[in-house]
Design a protein around this ligand. Sequence first.
Ligand code: GLC
Ligand code: CA
Length: 268
Amino acid sequence: MPEEEEEDDKEDETRGHRCKKKEDVGVAKDDIGPCTLAQCARYESKNVSFAKQICPDSKSACAKLTCPPGKDGLPGVNGLNGEKGDRGAPGLPGIAGPTGPQGERGPAGPRGEKGESGNPVEITSLNRRLGTLESKLEQYAKALTFFKDITIAGDKIYVTKGAQGNYKDGKAECTNGRGQLATPQNALENKAVQEIAAQYKVFPFLGITDIDTEGTFRYPDGKTISYSNWAKGEPNNDKGVEDCVEMYFDGYWNDKNCDEKRLIICEY
Ligand code: GLC
Ligand code: CA
């Protein structure tokens, strides 16, 4: 090794640095350390371009004993695309959509608990009024039944004045009195009408006819009858002129000519 370069190395060691030799120039700039003034001058005198690589602004930089780092180079060309990555985690939920149409009404909920009992004062007052109504009703019933032409049968009340008339007259008489001709719809009601007939000793006409359709007997409201008590062989529409219904004293029914005169019994 020439003497000159041995000196350089020695000096570098005392400063804790190692200056680059000619063959080392071109390594990363981080490996280039500060130069002594003597080193810069010596490198410069030997080879200007080399000195400039070691000390880019050699004229002044070497005087400061520092080799400043070089400037960043231009970015390199982009590398090839990497391999496709793993599927990412699901994204955040999107914004809620518009409100849909109203659904159908749901089933009724369970029955609620029994409520508290009502105001005792109100109940006492209602009970008193109920008692008054009951005794008043009893009073009316006694007064009316005294004349023996009123019979209460279940939900019905049968009334007669003892008058007689054909079907048309009887119907008018009852509807004028805001009732209708007697139309027994069960055995109990039939019996009540039968007892009135027996008492007056006259067959009554019922509020039942097949005037609209022969063979189809209907109530005054047009509904077909749901109860009947025909005598044997009836209804027979004898001589083709029997559209009304009379009741015998035994309670059985016979279809009869509507022009006959019969007891008028109305029902309410
Ligand atoms: C007889 C028949 C009856 C008919 C009546 C006419 O009693 O049995 O069906 O309505 O005669 O008067
Ligand atoms: Ca008949």
